[in-house]
Design a protein around this ligand. Structure first.
Ligand code: CP3
Length: 348
């Protein structure tokens, strides 16, 4: 049974579109290389090894929470963790991303995705959650990669700009694509997320970071059904479900349709336009350009206020960046940004 810790509620309330005392804020990649204490702790260890050390992974997730008044923490893991845990040879190459020794190309490759058994295969993830729940005063967000984004890494074998091999498989071998999607849903993502929820995470984010590479028809036909399979299967678990991608301006309504409570949006679509697309019955997360943080503070403040203006004080806004924190971001800008969002939106 999950431990029920009392945590600050405003992030969870906003996910449910309930009134809050101030707009909640957290940042994708709030743990990571922009923090000197992260770089010190990581040293030469690769990220995947770090995620397999529960004490270290919990410490990394706590670092941003100690520095800033963020309203949620995110589990320190990676979308490739459960893929590696079922025996696929994945490495994360610094400044590049996940790479596979043997990329997926055939039905035989799909069979390499055996069902994840969380207690045996990812005990460290569950232990990291246990430690964090004992330490945190804010909710803990669990996460997984969505089937398309995971498939892209498996099929390309490395980060890709055009996702050409992935699309070639999707269009050219629809039966193999389908088998890959089923295996990713049922053998990897669902068991991984169910185990995180059973361990006590307060909310879950499904990262479909590269879904924006697809045109809306292909998204609807080849991807939406699988993201929906995951989100609908988790609906009964009772934790808020956040669905995020980048370059998804034309996909936002479908991302909501997949079953999300909150849709995460990048900076390319103005927040009010995005909210219109997902509908007033869903929450929205975002969407300051992470690169704005590389400018002087007055630019950060002005652009953050523009995001808040577009949110218009409506219940259901979770403030975030449009994608992860960039490693060269000054940590003090982020801490100041948290306070600005809280001050400007404090109920009076
Ligand atoms: O603070 C947090 O957000 C939690 C930690 C987290 C990591 N990966 C740790 C990590 C999260 C949520 C992820 C998710 C993830 N991993 C995504 C989805 C989010 C997104 O950015 O769109 C994706 C696409 C990946 C795959 C991946 N892992 C990439 C593209 C990279 C970057 C490679 C690089 O060096 O720039 C990684 C590595 C990674 N995962 C890092 C971290 C902190 C950086 C590695 C380091 O410390 O050197």
């Amino acid at each position: 049974m999950a431990t029920t810790t009392r945590v600050r509620e405003r992030f969870l309330l906003a996910c449910r579109r309930q009134p809050v005392d101030a707009t909640p804020v957290w940042f994708m990649r709030q743990a990571g290389r922009y923090l000197p204490e992260y770089r010190r702790l990581r040293g030469d260890t690769d990220v995947l090894s770090l995620t397999r050390d529960p004490e270290a992974a919990a410490e990394v997730a706590l670092q941003p929470v100690r520095r800033m008044d963020v309203d949620a923490a995110i589990l320190f893991s990676d979308i490739m963790v459960p893929i590696a845990a079922v025996g696929v040879d994945v490495r994360i190459v610094a400044n590049q991303g996940p790479t596979l020794a043997e990329p997926f190309r055939s039905d035989a490759d799909v069979a390499r995705l055996r069902p994840l058994e969380p207690p045996e295969d990812v005990p460290y993830t569950l232990e990291t959650i246990r430690i964090l729940l004992g330490e945190l005063a804010v909710p803990l967000i669990g996460f997984a990669g969505a089937p398309f984004t995971l498939a892209s890494y498996l099929v390309e074998g490395a980060p890709s700009r055009d996702h050409a091999r992935t699309k070639a498989l999707m269009h050219g071998r629809p039966e193999t694509w389908r088998a890959l999607m089923v295996a990713l849903c049922d053998h990897v993502v669902l068991p991984y997320l169910r185990a995180q929820i059973a361990a006590g995470v307060h909310a879950v984010q499904l990262f479909d970071s590269w879904a924006g590479a697809l045109d809306p028809d292909d998204y609807r036909e080849h991807v939406l059904p699988w993201s929906r399979r995951i989100l609908e299967s988790l609906a009964a678990e009772g934790v808020p479900l956040i669905h995020f991608g980048t370059g998804t301006g034309e996909l936002l309504a479908m991302m909501r349709e997949a079953g999300a409570d909150v849709v995460g949006v990048d900076w390319r679509t103005p927040l009010d336009v995005a909210w219109e697309r997902v509908g007033a019955d869903a929450g929205i997360q975002g969407n300051l350009d992470p690169a704005a943080l590389l400018g002087p503070w007055d630019v950060v403040a002005r652009k953050a206020e523009a995001v808040l203006m577009r949110a218009g004080g409506r219940p259901g806004h979770v403030f975030n960046l449009g994608h992860g924190v960039i490693p060269s971001t000054p940590p003090d800008h982020l801490a100041r940004l948290v306070d600005l969002v809280h001050q400007r939106t404090a109920a009076r």
